[in-house]
Write a protein that binds this ligand. Structure first.
Ligand code: FE2
Length: 176
């Protein structure tokens, strides 16, 4: 279920529409496309073949095309993190560091779950995502990513260029 938690006050939003309109003010797009349309193996199997990747993307073609047209994204792929991922701990350490990107970070969660803490008006807001959820972290927004106790996530990633979502870690935004 959709959930947003303000770290300092503990205030929690759980209503999808309330979350959407709150985040919209900060250009953070949050939505739920559901996963009912996906057969179980496309969700649960983390050894994603090229064929499976294409089938997952095909299942969301309409939504993806609308999003790409609206935001200027050009391509997509599938990304997974799980206990099977080599160097999982190293990767998680890296994702846990505050950063931003030159382009938007777009994730649609096919399976598993995680948290995107994002700095909004200097406050840390935890945006929880799970299967069926779409999140667009806008270019420049300081954020990081953590897995939860499920320890796995499988996402469609949408982007303009691979270079655009390289993480920028320097804390140059502190002066703001
Ligand atoms: Fe990021």
């Amino acid at each position: 279920m959709a959930k947003v938690v303000f770290r300092s006050s503990g205030k929690t939003l759980e209503d999808l529409n309330e979350i959407k309109s709150f985040l919209e003010q900060y250009d953070i797009l949050y939505d739920n496309w559901g996963t009912e349309r996906l057969p179980e193996d496309l969700k649960k199997d983390y050894n994603v073949t090229q064929e499976m990747q294409e089938a997952i993307i095909k299942a969301y073609e309409k939504e993806l095309n609308e999003l790409k047209e609206k935001k200027g994204y050009v391509t997509e792929d599938i990304v997974v993190l799980s206990e099977k991922t080599p160097n999982l701990e190293d990767l998680l350490e890296k994702f846990k560091k505050e950063h931003h990107h030159v382009d938007d970070e777009v994730r649609f969660v096919v399976d598993g779950s995680g948290v995107f803490p994002i700095k909004i008006d200097g406050e840390i807001v935890d945006i929880y995502v799970e299967e069926g959820d779409l999140i667009v972290v806008p270019a420049g927004a300081r954020h990081w990513f953590e897995l939860d106790e499920q320890r796995k996530i499988k996402c469609i990633r949408v982007f303009k260029t691979p270079e655009g979502w390289e993480a920028i870690y320097e804390e140059e935004c502190k002066a703001e």
